[in-house]
Design a protein around this ligand. Structure first.
Ligand code: CU
Length: 146
């Protein structure tokens, strides 16, 4: 009985290792100057900003961002027309080959919905990006006062 249980454990460990190894990192992607703006206590949304760089020879297309800390994350862009600011949602964020894009206040940003708790300056949030070819990578991002 003891032997069977041990074998079962070993099987579970090796199968979960296999699952973890099945997802490659997003090749060429790096993140700099990432931060999430601390929001007022009643706020149900937060915004995230960063520079996304691609050192590869092909464009990176991020099709999803997710986190255990939020119910959902959308890729947004603030647009100004006739003095009126509005936000549009994008299905993807594309980072050109050997290039970079900025997510910054007044432009593209991550919109982070329903934080599980109030997040304050100094807190860290893990956000996972998933690319259109199934690669994924987690980045730790600090909360800061805007
Ligand atoms: Cu937004």
């Amino acid at each position: 009985m003891f032997t069977i249980k041990n074998k079962l454990n070993l099987l579970l460990i090796s199968s979960s290792f296999f699952v973890a190894a099945a997802h490659a990192e997003i090749i060429g992607l790096s993140v700099e100057d990432a931060w999430i703006a601390e929001a007022p206590p009643v706020s149900k949304v937060m915004a995230g900003y960063m520079q996304l760089s691609n050192s590869g020879t092909q464009a990176i297309v991020i099709k999803k961002a997710q986190s255990d800390t939020y119910s959902s994350i959308e890729l947004h862009e603030t647009l100004n027309a006739n003095g009126m600011a509005s936000m549009v949602r994008h299905e993807t964020i594309e980072i050109p080959a050997d290039g970079h894009i900025e997510l910054k206040p007044g432009g593209k940003h991550l919109m982070l919905f329903n934080p599980v708790k109030r997040l304050l300056d100094g807190d860290t949030v893990d956000i996972k990006f998933v690319s259109d070819n199934g690669q994924q990578q987690v980045f730790s991002i600090k909360v800061k006062k805007p």
